[in-house]
Ligand binder design. Structure first.
Ligand code: NDP
Ligand code: 8X3
Length: 252
C-alpha cells in the first residue's frame, strides 16, 4: 500500500454523500473518515482498508473540544491533510418559521455552521503552515435560494456559502484552494433525518424525480479535486436533470 498517497479527511463519512465520497476517493487518497457512529466507521474501515490506509475519528462536529483534540492529536503520518471535505450536516424539520422548533434550529446551526468551523480551524492551522491544501465545503441549492419552510436550513447553508467565500479570499495567499459544491435533491438519509424517520414523507421528496444519488456527488467531488493545479472550481451547483430550482421539479 502506498504510504505517500495524499490524505483526505471527510466528515459525515458514515452515510450518504460522505460514504460515497469515501469509496470514490479510496483509490487515490489515504482517508481520515469522521463520524459519530463508531460501528459504521469500523465497517467502513474494514471495507476500505484493502484499498488504502484508513484512519477513523469518532466525534460529533458540535463538540468543539473533542473535535479539536481528535484532529490535533493525529500522528505525524496522518497530520498533513491535503483535502478537507466538510460534508457533515443535515436538515431538521420542514416548518413555517412561526411553527419551527428551537431545538431543530439549534441542531442545524450548531452542526452545519459551527461544526464546519470547528473542524476547519485546526486543519487550517495545518494547511497554512504547510502552504498547501484544498477545502471542499458541501453547501446546497438551499444556500443559494430560499424555499418555503426551508428558513433555518437555508440560513445554515447560506452561511456555508458565506464561509466558503470568506475562506477563499482569506486563504488565497496561503496557496489553499477552496471549493463549494451545492447539490440539489440527493436521495440519502437526509430526508429521513429531516422528517424524524417518517419514511412516507421522506420517500415523497424523491417520488417521480429520478434524483441524484450520493455517488453522483462523490464523482463531482473527485472531479473538483482532480482539476489541474492551476484550476479551481470555486462554486458549483449540481442538480438532477428533473430539478430546475429549489421549487421547480418535473415529477413524472
Ligand atoms: P445523510 O443524512 O445521509 O448524511 C449526513 C452525514 O452527516 C452522516 O454521516 C451524519 O452522521 C453526519 N452528521 C450529521 N450530524 C452530525 C454531527 N453533529 N456530527 C458529526 N456528523 C454528523 O445526508 P447527506 O449525505 O445527504 O448529507 C451530507 C451533506 O450534504 C449535508 O451537509 C447536507 O446538508 C448536504 N446536502 C444534502 C442534500 C440532499 O438532498 N441529500 C442536498 C444538498 C446538500 P450520523 O449518521 O451520525 O447522523
Ligand atoms: C438539501 C436540498 O432542497 O432539500 O440541501 O434543501 S433541499
Amino acid at each position: 500500500m502506498n504510504k505517500t498517497k495524499k490524505i483526505a479527511l471527510i466528515t459525515g463519512a458514515t452515510s450518504g454523500i460522505g460514504e460515497s465520497a469515501s469509496f470514490e476517493l479510496a483509490n487515490q487518497f489515504s482517508l481520515i473518515l469522521c463520524g459519530r457512529n463508531s460501528d459504521k466507521l469500523k465497517e467502513l474501515e474494514d471495507s476500505l482498508s484493502s484499498k488504502t490506509r484508513v484512519k477513523t475519528l469518532q466525534f460529533d462536529v458540535r463538540n468543539k473540544d473533542d473535535v479539536y483534540e481528535k484532529i490535533t492529536s493525529l500522528s505525524d503520518d496522518w497530520k498533513s491533510i491535503d483535502v478537507l471535505i466538510n460534508n457533515a450536516g443535515n436538515a431538521h424539520g420542514l416548518d413555517f418559521i412561526y411553527e419551527g422548533k428551537v431545538d431543530d434550529w439549534d441542531m442545524m446551526i450548531d452542526t452545519n455552521v459551527k461544526g464546519l468551523l470547528y473542524v476547519s480551524k485546526p486543519i487550517l492551522d495545518i494547511m497554512i503552515k504547510e502552504n498547501k491544501g484544498h477545502i471542499i465545503n458541501i453547501g446546497s441549492i438551499a444556500g443559494k435560494e430560499i424555499y418555503p419552510k426551508g428558513n433555518i436550513y437555508c440560513a445554515s447553508k447560506f452561511a456555508v456559502d458565506a464561509i466558503s467565500q470568506g475562506m477563499q479570499v482569506d486563504l488565497n495567499k496561503f496557496n489553499i484552494k477552496v471549493s463549494q459544491i451545492n447539490p440539489g435533491l440527493v436521495e440519502t438519509n437526509f430526508s429521513m433525518v429531516r422528517f424524524k424517520n417518517d419514511e412516507k414523507k421522506s420517500k415523497s421528496v424523491y417520488s417521480g424525480v429520478n434524483p441524484l444519488i450520493g455517488d453522483d456527488i462523490a464523482k463531482v467531488i473527485s472531479y473538483v479535486i482532480n482539476c489541474p493545479e492551476n484550476v479551481n472550481i470555486s462554486d458549483i451547483t449540481v442538480l438532477a436533470k428533473s430539478q430546475a430550482s429549489s421549487t421547480v421539479v418535473n415529477r413524472v
